[in-house]
Every structure is written in C-alpha cells, then in structure tokens.
Design a binder for this molecule. Structure first.
Ligand SMILES: Cc1cc2nc3c(=O)[nH]c(=O)nc-3n(C[C@H](O)[C@H](O)[C@H](O)COP(=O)(O)OP(=O)(O)OC[C@H]3O[C@@H](n4cnc5c(N)ncnc54)[C@H](O)[C@@H]3O)c2cc1C
Length: 334
C-alpha cells in the first residue's frame, strides 16, 4: 500500500513538473510606439513566475523601437510584432482580434496584461471571445493556476484557483518587481497577419497632458492632495513641493470630483495603485478607498489639521497643521 502511494505521489510530482514545462505566457505590451510602459516589465516578472516561456506581443503603428526594447528585456523568449494603421490609438476593439488570432496560433496557457486602464479595457473583451473568466489586479502567484488578489478595497486577501484552460490575468504593477530592461536577446517574429481594423469604432485623436514630472505609478515619490486643498489653483503649492522632490502629484477622489485636478491623478480603489518609497498625503482624510491605492508605500507622511484623521493611523510621520502653512515651509526648507 505504502509503495503504491509513494509511486502515485512521485507520478503526480512528475506530472506537475511536466505541466510546469508546458506553461507558456503571452504578455501584452503597453507602450506609445516609442517607449515601453514600465508595467510591461512587471508583467514579464509575473509571467516568469508562472513558469515556461514568456512571449510578448507588441502591436502598434510604428512600434519597431518598442519591439527592440522588449527583445532586450530579461526572461523574454520571443517578441511577436503586429504593425499597422488598425492599431492607431491602441483601441481594444483592434487588439482583441489580434490577441485571439495569436492565441489560436500559439496556444498559450496564460495571457497577461497590467491592471491599468489599457489592461482593463482589453482583458474582458478577450475573455468573451474565449468564454473564460478574467482575473484582475492579481498581487501574487502561488502556482500556474493559483493566484492572489485583494478584495473589499484591499481589506482582505483572497486566493483563487483558475480552472479555465486559458488563464487571463491582469497584474498589479506594484506587486511584482520590474524585469531587467536588458540582458535578454529574444527573437522577434511577426504576429499573425489579418484585417484587424475595428468596424464599429474609429480612432480620431487623443490629447495627452505633457508633463516633465515622473509618471504616477512609476514615481519613487508621490505628493497627493485632497479636498483639504480647497481649489485646483491651490495644487500649485503641491507642484512646487513635487518639483523639489522629483515627485509625481496625485489626488484623492474628492479632489478629482470637485474638479481640482484631472481624474488620471486619482489614487485609490477606483484610481491608480501606487507604492512609492515616499507618499505625502496633504489634506486627505484617509478613507479606505484612498488607502487601497497607497497603503503599500514604503514611508507615508500625512499633513492634516485634524489630529483624528484616519490617515494618521497608517502614516509613519504625521504633521497636525494647516497645510497652507506647512507645505510652503517644507518646500522652502528642502
Ligand atoms: C466605490 C467607491 C470608490 C472610491 N474610490 C476612491 C478612490 O479611488 N480614491 C479616493 O481617494 N477616494 C475614493 N472614494 C472616496 C472616498 O470614500 C473618500 O470620499 C475620499 O477619499 C475623500 O477624499 P479626501 O480625503 O480628499 O476628502 P475628505 O474626506 O473630505 O478629507 C479632507 C481632509 O482634509 C483635511 N483638511 C481640510 N482643510 C485642511 C487644511 N487647511 N490643512 C490641513 N488639512 C486640512 C481635513 O481635516 C480632512 O481630513 C471612493 C468611494 C467609493 C464609495
């Protein structure tokens, strides 16, 4: 009996390692035709953790420079490239049939995106085509089919086993180290050809805010303002502080809803998730939905005139003071 059990165990272990070798992940690159978005490097690390070969799909109009960058990233075995006008504006309606065609040709076990606006628009569309369930905002990988994510605005952690044959997963960038941008030499191949022009939508234009400040989700320092800032004009004092610290500027949802700043600055459950080395919360009370987006920051500083504000419960350093006095003084002293 014992001999049979141990043989069965051994067989299972062999089978598991055989399966492991058959894992193969497709990562969908996020970029602007010139530069790869850092989240793709985080997704490559997650893909490597799943096991097996990592392939990255780069689709764009003239995305040669990005394909080159991806081919040099560590742990990438292959880059598939699709170029054409169909991918103007990176519309999910154009990218979805490309991903479906790529999947039909290569039969990946996993398809990964970042849990960004790009990934959020794309993954559910791909999932519909394969009739599988996408899993979003994954923060941990226990095995090729077992993943960890947060629920209840980050207040609980859930481990889930995915039973679909094709596992569609978006990953939280802050939960995975970025793969090294060089050291690799992946081969570059063409993605399946086809007419991917969307029939129901057409890309007209996009207006992007140009900023010399670091991108919010990639910045090492983030200064965020809340309703306590009282107006959009007052954010100027945060921009001045941010310039001294080479920081990105974020905001609470209340500040965004009040029209103080654009919604791409929102940090939190329904905004961006950040985990910088230093997060300075100014005039922000610390609602759980805001904490969900920043509580993994290494050092949290809060400036608030209310000593009872919940933000002080998660902050490493707290300053109970009027922000209109504290922030200019801090900026001057830096
Ligand atoms: C489904 C859902 C999703 C949500 N998603 C998000 C999200 O992604 N991100 C997010 O931020 N919120 C989110 N919210 C909203 C959240 O619940 C809070 O309403 C919001 O975070 C409050 O923003 P705030 O802290 O800026 O404003 P308030 O709670 O009004 O706090 C303002 C703070 O400023 C302080 N203050 C005022 N004047 C001064 C001064 N002169 N000097 C110093 N301090 C001052 C006050 O003491 C107060 O603590 C969500 C809510 C829901 C229901």
């Amino acid at each position: 009996m014992f001999a049979t059990c141990s043989r069965t165990l051994k067989t299972n272990a062999n089978f598991a390692s055989l399966l492991q070798r058959f894992e193969s992940t497709l990562v969908i690159a996020e970029h602007n035709n010139e530069v790869l978005a850092p989240i793709t490097l985080n997704a490559i690390t997650a893909a490597k953790k799943i096991g097996g070969d990592v392939t990255v799909l780069v689709a764009g109009t003239k995305c040669g420079p990005v394909s080159e960058q991806v081919s040099k990233a560590k742990d990438v075995a292959r880059v598939l490239v699709a170029e054409g006008d169909a991918f103007k504006g990176f519309l999910p309606e154009a990218l979805t049939p490309l991903i479906v065609a790529t999947q039909k040709q290569h039969n990946f076990s996993h398809i990964l995106t970042g849990a960004t606006a790009f990934g959020k628009a794309l993954l559910p569309r791909v999932a519909i085509d394969f009739d599988v369930s996408p899993s979003s905002d994954i923060i941990g990988i226990k095995s090729p089919d077992t993943f960890v994510r947060t629920i209840y605005a980050g207040n609980a952690i859930q481990t889930i086993k995915l039973k679909d044959n094709i596992k569609l997963v978006s990953i939280r960038g802050t939960a995975f180290e970025a793969a090294a941008a060089d050291g690799g030499s992946a081969k570059i191949e063409q993605a399946p050809a086809g007419d991917y022009s969307p029939k129901l939508v057409e890309f007209i234009k996009q207006e992007l805010v140009k900023s010399d400040r670091p991108e919010l989700t990639a910045a090492k320092v983030v200064v965020s303002g809340g309703r306590g800032m009282k107006s959009g004009d007052n954010f100027e004092i945060l921009f001045k502080l941010a310039d001294k610290l080479n920081a990105a500027v974020g905001a609470s949802r209340a500040a965004v809803d009040a029209g103080f700043c654009p919604n791409d600055m929102q940090v939190g459950q329904t905004g961006k998730i950040v985990a910088p080395d230093l997060y300075i919360a100014v005039g922000i009370s610390g609602a759980i939905q805001h904490l969900a987006g920043m509580k993994d920051s290494k050092t949290i500083v809060a400036i608030n005139k209310d000593p009872e504000a919940p933000i002080f419960q998660v902050s490493d350093y707290g300053l109970v003071q009027d922000l209109f006095k504290a922030v200019p003084e801090l900026t001057e002293k830096l």
